[in-house]
Every structure is written in structure tokens, then in C-alpha cells.
Design a protein around this ligand. Structure first.
Ligand code: MN
Length: 479
């Protein structure tokens, strides 16, 4: 099937017309342009649209994907695009174009600005980031045509900026693709070494998994679990590269090089499968992780266990429902994608959307791109923790946050009048560092006001900005 057929398949008439029109427009506009690979330029924008379609995104995203390079590289005008394709498409194309212009300058200074612009555009319309990610992945695939210096810069930028954003949005599959495509160009020597050293282990493990898989299916079947899907996944290279650094480069200690993955219809089944596995195979102590009851701070859910499996091999199992699986692979895109009913399945309470909404508020709080970058580094590149209110609402905070950060995350009034805190029922000082899954109660008093001392311990930009504001340390926040 051709790429265009893939894009049109199963779509309603009106959408087909819009996609065709965008394709024709892009083809006409890029008519005399070629990629460095020598292919017609339009192949790039079609590849981007195909990826957006794989993410099951809406037609506006696909149209914007097809047009994403027309404003910058061709004679197309904003008025033209808005007239033929509408406001949303124009917004997306403009946002992507502005980000690209900054990226091309390639200095440290502009890379902060790029990041800020990208994040704020994403906060307006999260589809901006889907298009940028698809664009980046296709560019990474054709990176070998760039001169060496630019190739390395693009690869590093992908690993340091794009992969963490994809991760923050729980797009595990895209994050993995970006890293594995960039890895050989960013760290060629390390990549070659890893490839050579790991190939024997990968081969052994895959052969083992193939041999053992039918046995596991049979055990589950005999125990009455007949609706599960048993498979295995092979660890991606870059992820292995990172993990080996923490495990003294010892392959023998990487139990999830090839991990079994069991997907079941519901949560009760997850625990049932865990029980069956533990009856069959002795678990390693302290390796059972219930990320269903206690999700990872990015919202990831699954049961993990590492067991002495067939032939004495130590193997990791991951057990999850279909929904958990979709969420782990495509994150926010899974919520943005059209559901089968044709209705968009956005749940406002998802952790990723909450993050995007928080970023919208940053726009008023943050004065310049350097301050923005510092705040983002904390928020994105550091570990995060989940902290609960006594009613069970969750706040997502950077590691090291205090009850004051938590109070401001709930509401600026609560922060401003925060007089004390209880953590898991005990009175604790306001500069105490919260832990993942703590339950935190804030005691408020009308008389209480922010103190200068709070600034020494708070971690979040929201808290610091509001405190400074009340203390008169900032004149005005940017409108
Ligand atoms: Mn492009």
C-alpha cells in the first residue's frame, strides 16, 4: 500500500478531501525541492503524516503534518493556509516553523529559547509536539546525509531535549525510537562497543524466550487464565546503555534484557497472573513491584516481578492490562487519539495533561528563557514524586519538594497561608522533603504569611515566584 493510501484508509469523505488537498498543496509548493537524500521533498512531509496517523491522531494533525514545512521553505503564505485549511492548521504550522527557525541557529542560547517556545506552543495545542516528534524521527532516519558536525548536534539534541519531552508525556515508544535512532550518531564509539558486546546476550535471551514462552502460556492456561497475551520485549539499545552504567557494565545483572510481558483484560487478572507465576517460579526478594497500586510518578502502571524461571534463568515479568499497555507506549497521544466511537478520549485528570496545564500557568510566572530552563530542568529532567491530599487527589512534584511546594501546587491562597503540615498523619516542619506516595495535609491560618526562609527550601517555580511576589521581591510578573 502506498503512503497516501495508508493515510486515507478508513477515513470519512470530508477528511479524505482535506488530506488530499493538503497533499496536493504540499506537492505543488515543494515541487522543485529535494531532500539531501535526493528524494523529492514531499516524501518527508508524507512520512511525517504517516507517523501521525500511526499515533491515531486526528485529521487536523495529519493536514498540519503535510504542510509543516510549507511556510518556511516555500512561497506559501499564512493567509493561504488559513483560507484553505483553517485556523488550527495554521497555528500548528506556524508553531512548528518558529521552533525550526530557532533550532537552525544552533547555539546554547537559542536552544533554551527553542525549548521554551516549543513547550509554550505545546501548552496551547499539544499536537505541536506530536508533529515535532514525528518530524524529528524522520529527520533522524535520514541523518546520514548531513555533514558530521550537524549530524552529531542533531542527535544529541534529540536525546537531551526530544526524548525527555516524549518521556514526560509518557510516549514510551516515541522516546525509545528517538533515542535508538540518535544513539549511533551521538555516541558512535559507545554504540559500536555496545552492539558488539551485547549481541551474544541478546541472541541467547531471545532464543531462551522463544523456547520458554509456550510453557508459560500452558501454565497460565492450566490455572484457568485463558484470555492473556504472552509475549516478550527486547530492551532497546540506548536504554541498555544507560542501565549498564548503573550496573557496573555487567550484562549478567540486566534481568530485563529480554522481559516477558503478559497483557490481560483487567486488573484482577494482573494479580491472579502474578500469583500463578510465584507459585510456579520462586521470586527474587525485593523485586516485586506493584506499580498498579502505586504508579510510577509519570503514571506508569504494571506489576513487575523477577523470578528464577525455567532452567534457573533469572527473568523479569511485566503484567498489565491493555489500557495500561497503550498508556505506557503512547501516553498523552493515546488520550488525544480518536477512540473507536469517533469521540476524542481526553481525560482531563491524566498526569500528562495536568503537566501541560501547569506549563500554561508558567507563562505568567516566568520572566525569561533562562529562568524557564532552570525550572524545566527541575521539572522534567529530575525525578518526580506523587504526593496525595488527604482526599486522595494527586500532585506531581519534583523530587525534594516540601509541604510549601505542595501547598502552592494546590492553590496560591493555600500556599500563602500555609502554617503547618502533617505528613502521613504526623506534624512535620515545612522544610521537610516529601517522598513519593506521601499523604500531605496543609494546615492554614489567615494570619500566616510567606517568609523569606521558605525560599531556601522550596523546589518549584510556582512556589518561589508566588513567595517572592508576596514579599515584594519581584516587581511584576510577565503578562
Ligand atoms: Mn520537516
Amino acid at each position: 500500500m502506498s503512503d497516501m493510501e495508508t493515510l486515507l484508509r478508513g477515513k470519512p469523505e470530508a477528511d479524505i478531501a482535506r488530506i488530499k488537498a493538503a497533499y496536493e498543496y504540499a506537492t505543488r509548493m515543494h515541487a522543485d525541492q529535494k531532500r539531501l537524500s535526493g528524494e523529492p521533498y514531499v516524501t518527508h512531509v508524507v512520512a511525517v503524516a504517516v507517523m501521525l496517523n500511526e499515533m491515531k491522531l486526528d485529521t487536523t494533525s495529519l493536514v498540519a503534518g503535510l504542510l509543516h514545512d510549507t511556510l518556511e521553505d516555500t512561497s506559501a503564505t499564512a493567509q493561504d493556509i488559513e483560507k484553505h485549511f483553517g485556523k488550527d492548521v495554521l497555528f500548528l504550522v506556524k508553531a512548528v516553523t518558529k521552533i525550526k527557525e530557532l533550532e537552525e541557529r544552533g547555539t546554547q542560547e537559542t536552544s533554551y529559547k527553542t525549548l521554551m517556545r516549543m513547550i509554550f506552543a505545546m501548552a496551547e495545542d499539544v499536537r505541536v509536539i506530536f508533529i515535532k516528534i514525528a518530524d524529528r524521527i524522520h529527520n533522524l532516519r535520514t541523518l546520514q546525509y548531513l555533514p558530521p558536525e550537524k549530524r552529531r548536534r542533531k542527535a544529541l539534541e534529540s536525546i537531551k531535549i526530544y526524548a525527555p519531552i516524549a518521556e514526560r508525556l509518557n510516549m514510551g515508544d516515541m522516546k525509545g525510537r528517538i533515542e535508538d535512532l540518535a544513539f549511533p550518531h551521538a555516541y558512535p564509539k559507545e554504540y559500536a562497543e555496545l552492539l558488539e558486546q551485547s549481541s551474544r546476550y541478546y541472541k541467547e535471551r531471545v532464543v531462551y524466550a522463544e523456547r520458554v514462552k509456550p510453557k508459560i502460556i500452558k501454565y497460565l492456561y492450566d490455572y484457568g487464565v485463558r484470555d492473556s497475551i504472552v509475549d516478550y520485549r527486547v530492551k532497546r539499545y540506548f536504554s541498555l546503555f544507560e542501565k549498564l552504567k548503573r550496573y557496573e557494565e555487567n550484562f549478567e545483572l540486566i534481568y530485563d534484557l529480554v522481559a516477558f510481558r503478559i497483557v490481560v483484560p483487567d486488573i484482577a487478572r494482573c494479580y491472579e497472573v502474578l500469583g500463578i507465576l510465584h507459585q510456579q517460579y520462586r521470586p527474587l526478594p525485593k523485586r516485586v513491584k506493584d506499580y498498579i497500586a502505586m504508579p510510577k510518578p509519570n503514571g506508569y502502571q504494571s506489576l513487575h516481578t523477577t523470578v528464577f524461571c525455567e532452567e534457573g534463568a533469572i527473568v523479569e515479568f511485566q503484567i498489565r492490562t491493555k489500557e495500561m499497555h497503550a498508556h505506557a507506549e503512547s501516553g498523552i497521544a493515546a488520550h488525544w487519539a480518536y477512540g473507536e466511537s469517533g469521540k476524542r478520549n481526553i481525560k482531563a485528570e491524566t498526569a500528562e495533561l495536568e503537566w501541560v496545564n501547569k506549563l500554561k500557568r508558567w507563562k505568567e510566572l516566568i520572566a525569561d528563557h533562562r529562568e524557564f530552563f532552570e525550572a524545566l530542568k527541575l521539572d522534567m529532567f529530575r525525578n518526580r514524586i506523587f504526593v496525595f491530599t488527604p482526599k486522595g487527589d494527586i500532585k506531581d512534584l519534583p523530587e525534594g519538594s516540601t509541604p510549601v511546594d505542595f501547598a502552592y501546587a494546590i492553590h496560591s491562597d493555600i500556599g500563602n497561608h500555609c502554617a503547618g503540615s502533617k505528613i502521613n498523619g504526623k506534624m512535620i516542619s515545612l522544610d521537610h522533603q516529601l517522598q513519593n506516595n506521601d499523604v500531605c495535609e496543609i494546615l492554614v491560618s489567615k494570619k500566616q504569611k510567606p517568609s523569606r526562609g521558605w525560599l531556601d527550601s522550596v523546589k518549584t517555580i510556582e512556589a518561589a515566584r508566588r513567595i517572592k511576589h508576596v514579599l515584594g521581591l519581584v516587581k511584576k510578573s510577565r503578562a
